[in-house]
Design a protein around this ligand. Structure first.
Ligand code: HEC
Length: 230
């Protein structure tokens, strides 16, 4: 339809225009929805994706509390520019224990799906304290209070219990195993930070945050490398 007949015939006729718009939008919707009817129960679970540790879960709770997802996605799209910058594109199975998953709402900062292991603990420590000391001109806020506020085992145990009710396969009776597990991981991170003269108490929130950031994208790599997952 030429531009002028669009203007002359369609645009003055609100009813016809509304009907044709509805038809157009419906076709677009059906094209997206209908294929899902034959998609079965969803993606296959990935065997080498495991629930995060209790300390990482505490870091994840802080990530949610601070709204990091407002600026950071955890979803790498299957496009060349994305995979070259961030690594293998995200598989649905990677989120299977992530409640709620942290897809993110906008990408003001970089995607964090494969952040784990990209940078040393000290880098994250310095960056969270003052992003501009690491990346000139960064618009990421400083998170100084993560160096003062503490994580509490009781809160971590409550989070683990919540995850268990959602079907995440943590061992039962978290009160009996979480504190030792948390302590061991805290100690390892604090000791690593100490090698570069960065001070942190084991229960500082920054330690949990670093644990979480270093876990991102660590699981599922075997299935992704074997291309056994869609
Ligand atoms: C206002 C938006 C904004 C918020 C909120 C924000 N960030 Fe960022 N973040 C950025 C920007 C922009 C960058 C890139 C510049 C830089 O490195 O500081 C970045 C970079 C990062 C990086 C480095 C990624 C890489 O490998 O280059 C990490 C890790 C990170 N942010 C974690 C966090 C965490 C954790 C939180 C929540 C506590 C958070 N960010 C909140 C904007 C934000």
């Amino acid at each position: 339809m030429s531009e002028s007949s669009h203007r002359r015939v369609l645009e003055p006729n609100a009813t016809l225009f509304a009907i044709l718009t509805t038809v157009g939008v419906s076709i677009g919707g059906l094209v997206e929805i209908v294929p899902l009817f034959s998609a079965g129960s969803g993606p296959e679970p990935m065997a080498d994706v495991h629930p995060v540790t209790p300390l990482e879960l505490a870091g994840r709770d802080i990530y949610i509390r601070e709204g990091c997802y407002n600026c950071h996605s955890q979803m790498i799209r299957p496009m060349r520019a994305e995979t070259m910058r961030y690594g293998a594109w995200t598989r649905a199975g990677e989120y299977q224990w992530d409640h709620p998953f942290q897809l993110g709402s906008r990408r003001i900062g970089p995607d964090l799906q494969r952040e784990g292991g990209k940078r040393p603990n000290t880098w994250h420590y310095d960056h969270m304290k003052d992003p501009r000391s690491i990346t000139a001109g960064s618009i990421m806020p400083t998170y100084g209070w993560l160096f003062e506020q503490k994580v509490a085992n009781d809160d971590i145990i409550a989070s683990i219990n919540a995850m268990i009710t959602l079907g995440v396969p943590y061992d039962a009776d978290p009160a009996s195993w979480v504190p030792a597990n948390v302590e061991a991981q805290q100690k390892a991170i604090v000791a690593d930070l100490a090698t570069t003269k960065r001070e942190a108490a084991p229960d500082d929130e920054i330690v949990a945050m670093i644990a979480y950031l270093q876990r991102l994208g660590k699981d599922g790599s075997a299935a992704i490398a074997a291309k056994s997952t869609p």
